[in-house]
Design a protein around this ligand. Sequence first.
Ligand code: ADP
Length: 170
Amino acid sequence: MRRAVYPGSFDPVTFGHLDIIRRSAGLVDELIIGVLVNHAKTPLFSAEERVNMLKDVTKNLPNVRVESFSGLSVDFLEMCNARFIVRGLRAITDFEYELQMAQTNRIMSPGIDTIFLTTSLEYAYLSSTTVKEVALYGGDISRFVPGIVADKIAERVSHIKKAEKTDNIS
Ligand code: ADP
């Protein structure tokens, strides 16, 4: 069984992530999307919300499973009995960090290999951070994320804006 894990924050999932998911799912028997629970960062969406959005947008891909995890990716891979880490490369700026991570992971777990997929050109500019910024300033994000994700972001942004208004009044 050729099994891979695609780890990331996915806060939230974008068309760029989905492109990598579709393409890497075609390379392996099973792809597990590992949603990282990072206690050092405050995400826009909880791990459970991120997992549910990913489940929703990958429901047409039968060999894709979504789980959350905390700690080291290599430990999660060993737990899942997976041998490959999937990562996407957008630009040269991603490369330095990704190379360092891949080499570190290989030192920690020599049996695990990282597979890099270069982003499709139409998504090369896209990151979850940009999507959140555009949404916070009222921009249209429908070209960046699936409809159900855009709706969730709109809901969260309006909640944040309401809370800010209440704070300013009091
Ligand atoms: P970010 O917050 O940078 O969007 P994540 O931590 O969720 O990213 O990313 C998980 C993986 O997905 C990383 O390998 C990242 O390089 C990759 N990735 C993110 N956006 C894209 C994209 N638009 N095209 C290809 N790969 C991407």
